[in-house]
Every structure is written in structure tokens, then in C-alpha cells.
Design a protein around this ligand. Structure first.
Ligand SMILES: [Zn+2]
Length: 452
């Protein structure tokens, strides 16, 4: 049995009353949190520990959930910067993705997951929609298994209006989902899971959407979908279906607490009402929305209405990183400047979104998202003792406004230490970078992409 005692840190619990124990301790027993408290750890807990981590001058927080990414894009980042969404898809994403192999999918995912660990994310939802080789999803799952990260593959699909290389028939979508569900769902002590990932309203037919939502309900899994990212996409749906994006989901009875609405930038008041009533989770990607000039989601309003809001980086192609620490600060700043209200979101609020909102998006609000007894042992330690943060008057403020991925020191998932002292323990990081660099060069050569 592994029993890890973390002591002397500023324990940011994110429990329902948002306790911060400074200093405090936390005891991890195998994959669960066994004790959390203020001050010094009681002697009987110390006696049980097989490993003690001294978290003096560190923040100890729940692992964040990166609630939306496309890990394959790790290989594409920086290739076509400074374009709006639809131009960016055509110029960069589609040509390269068409040539992606299972090995590329594996390496790009592993690289992206290591970056997620370094940014303090312990759970990741990958909206994986590149099925150019049947094994791509298996490659991504293999990477997730090796990385130690808690992982949800929202297997993407489109059955209309999409480049033929990425479009699938309803039969193939269902057959692949059944195969992946049998092979991967619930593996690695429940760390790996699968859900449906209809890509985008304008790429999904009503009939297939109804079918996959029925299967999701039958299997007890969620549905993850891009909605209302840009104004142009809303206009496209108004022209073709006569409905806005959330109205369309509502018309199919597809909204519910197990649905993650990614982006949700261009929403009407009526759509906000529909989301609020349904219990669906909004996934906010502020860096991506700014990078692609998509717009500003009405996040403070959603948060005040009690709509669960999760945070995410989006794919590395539109960010260009997987840094959830950067997302924390960016979320605060974006909404302050766009509302001209410095109080509109506070550090406590964005941390809540990244952890508790993320846990809701991940479909496991009772298992992850806070440091509470009985929850999974997913913990992040970040260094407060740096010239970039000292002196620390309020740990939560320092975490959001001062710290960055460079300060994430230790990452634990399911009771296993994935990174310690800023050193990745799960893979040979230098060898991975070399393999990824070589694979990416081969991929671009096959795709005929020349970087000018
Ligand atoms: Zn996306």
C-alpha cells in the first residue's frame, strides 16, 4: 500500500466552503484522499505514511481538468497562426491531419499529455476526431495509459459537410464506438474513459445525433460538442436549419448534465436559459477564443446563473500550448477587460471553474475536483517560493496571477507521482521530444506541407 503524506503546504481544498489550510496537510492512501486538515499532521497519520512530501512554501491544489483539447494538434501548432477559424482549418489542420498515422497520434498525444502534466492538469478531455487510420484512437488511449493522466476520449465524428477524409458513416461511427468502449472504457483503474464527440452542429445530421445521444444514455456516458464558437457558424445553422446551435440541441432533446458545450461564445438569452435549465456544462477556452478572434463568451453571467463552467486550453493548434496555468490568468483578465469590471471574476472563481467545473465536465463531480476525503488522489504542488511570486500574501491570488507552468513542481494522479521536483517520471521526456520531432517531419513530408 502506498501512503503519501504532504505537509506544511498551503492546502487549497476547493471544498464547498473553499477552505484553505495554510499550513495544512493531506494524506493519500493508494488512489484516494484519506485525510485533509489544518496545521501539522497528527502523529498517527505520520506513522502511516510510506512517503512524506514537504510542501513548505508551496500551494497544494486539486489537479485541474483540461476540459477540451485536440492532442493531435501538438504537431501542428505554430504552422498557421493568425487566421480566423474556418481559414485556419483549411490552411493547417485538414491537410496535415489527412496524413496522420496511429504512431503520429500516439506521439502527439503523449507529448501533449506531458505538457498537460507540466501545466497542472491531471485530467484531460481529448476531442479526437482524426480517424484516418483505424488505430488512431487506440494510439491516443495508449499514450494516456502511459502518461498516467486521467483521460476521457470524446471520440469525434461528422457525417456531413466535412472534408471526405474525416467524414464517417453512422454505421462506422457506432461500430468504432462499440469497439473502443469494449477495449478501453474503464481501464487503468477507471482512469481511461470514452464518450461521444459530435464535432460541430453543421457537420452532424439530426438522425445520427439522435442515435449517438440514445447510445450515450444507454451506456451512461456523456456527449461533447463544439457549439457557437464563431458568429459565422451560427449564421450557417440559421440559414440551413433555421435554428441557433443550442436551440438545435434542444430540439433533439440532446441537452442534459452529461453534455459539454465547448466554446458557447455566441449565445442568445434564450440559449442561456436552455443551458441553465438542462444542467449542461459549458467549456470555456479563453486563449483559443482570443487567438482565433472568435469572441468573448458570457462566462461571468453563466457562472452567476449557476451554469457549471469548465476551463480548457483547446487544441495546441489554436493556443498554441496546453498550459492550464495560463488559462487561469487569461480567464480573469479577458472578462475584466471585456466587462470593464475588475471584480467580475476573482482568482477563487477561475480556480473553481478549472477544478470543480472541470470535474462536472469530466462527468465525475464526486470523484475529482477538490481535496476532500474519499475523492481521488489527484493533487498538484506549485512552488510559491520564487522571485516571481514572493512575498505571498494570498496563495490563491499568487497561484492565478503570479505562477505559471514553470512553477508546477509535483503532480500526482490516482495516488501515483507523475512529476516530482519538475521532473517527469512517467516517460523519458528527452527521448520523447526526439521521437516526436522526427515523426512530425515525416508527417509534414507525407502531407506535402512546406513551412515557409
Ligand atoms: Zn476544439
Amino acid at each position: 500500500m502506498t501512503v503519501i503524506l504532504i505537509e506544511n503546504g498551503a492546502i487549497i481544498t476547493l471544498d464547498d466552503v473553499r477552505h484553505v489550510y495554510n499550513p495544512g496537510y493531506i494524506l493519500l492512501q493508494d488512489d484516494r484522499i484519506a485525510a485533509v486538515g489544518s496545521g501539522a499532521a497528527p502523529a498517527e497519520l505520520r506513522a502511516r505514511a510510506t512517503e512524506v512530501i514537504d510542501a513548505s512554501l508551496m500551494a497544494v491544489m486539486p489537479g485541474m481538468v483540461n476540459a477540451h483539447t485536440h492532442l493531435f494538434q501538438t504537431f501542428i501548432r505554430g504552422l498557421a497562426d493568425d487566421k480566423p477559424l474556418l481559414d485556419w482549418l483549411k490552411a493547417a489542420i485538414w491537410p496535415v491531419a489527412q496524413a496522420l498515422t496511429e504512431e503520429d497520434a500516439y506521439l502527439a498525444a503523449l507529448l501533449g499529455l506531458v505538457e498537460n502534466i507540466r501545466g497542472g492538469a491531471t485530467s484531460v478531455i481529448d476531442h479526437q476526431y482524426i480517424h484516418t487510420e483505424p488505430g488512431n484512437d487506440d494510439g491516443v488511449f495508449r499514450a494516456a495509459e502511459e502518461s498516467g493522466v486521467r483521460f476521457l476520449n470524446a471520440r469525434g465524428w461528422a457525417d456531413m459537410n466535412y472534408p471526405p477524409a474525416f467524414q464517417e458513416t453512422p454505421e462506422r461511427i457506432e461500430a468504432e464506438m462499440r469497439r473502443l468502449h469494449d477495449r478501453w472504457h474503464g481501464r487503468a483503474n477507471g482512469r481511461l474513459r470514452l464518450e461521444f464527440g459530435p464535432l460541430i452542429p453543421w457537420g452532424c445530421s439530426d438522425a445520427t445525433m439522435r442515435r449517438t445521444c440514445a447510445l450515450a444514455a444507454e451506456w451512461g456516458v456523456g456527449t461533447h460538442v463544439h457549439v457557437a464558437e464563431t458568429q459565422a457558424e451560427v449564421d450557417m445553422e440559421l440559414a440551413s436549419r433555421g435554428m441557433r446551435h443550442i436551440e438545435w440541441l434542444h430540439s433533439l432533446a440532446a441537452l442534459g448534465p452529461d453534455v459539454q458545450l465547448v466554446h458557447s461564445v455566441w449565445l442568445s438569452d434564450h440559449e442561456l436559459d436552455l443551458i441553465e435549465r438542462s444542467g449542461a456544462v459549458v467549456v470555456h477556452c479563453p486563449v483559443s477564443n482570443m487567438y482565433l478572434a472568435s469572441g468573448v463568451a458570457r462566462v461571468p453571467e453563466m457562472y452567476r446563473r449557476g451554469i457549471p463552467v469548465a476551463l480548457a486550453t483547446d487544441g495546441p493548434g489554436s493556443n498554441n500550448n496546453q498550459d492550464m496555468m495560463e488559462v487561469l490568468k487569461t480567464t480573469c483578465l479577458l472578462h475584466k477587460v471585456s466587462s470593464l469590471n475588475a471584480m467580475v471574476l476573482l482568482p477563487e472563481d477561475v480556480l473553481w471553474m478549472a477544478c470543480r467545473g472541470g470535474a462536472a465536465a469530466f462527468g465525475q463531480p464526486d470523484l475529482i475536483g477538490s481535496l476532500e476525503v474519499g475523492k481521488k488522489a489527484d493533487v498538484v504542488l506549485a512552488d510559491l517560493n520564487t522571485p516571481l511570486a514572493m512575498p505571498v500574501h494570498k496563495p490563491v491570488s499568487a497561484l492565478v496571477y503570479n505562477l505559471a507552468a514553470r512553477d508546477v513542481d509535483t503532480v500526482i494522479v490516482d495516488g501515483r507521482v507523475l512529476m516530482r521536483g519538475k521532473r517527469i517520471l512517467v516517460v523519458d521526456e528527452a527521448a520523447l521530444l526526439d521521437r516526436a520531432r522526427a515523426a512530425c517531419a515525416r508527417l509534414f513530408a507525407r502531407a506535402g506541407v512546406v513551412v515557409d
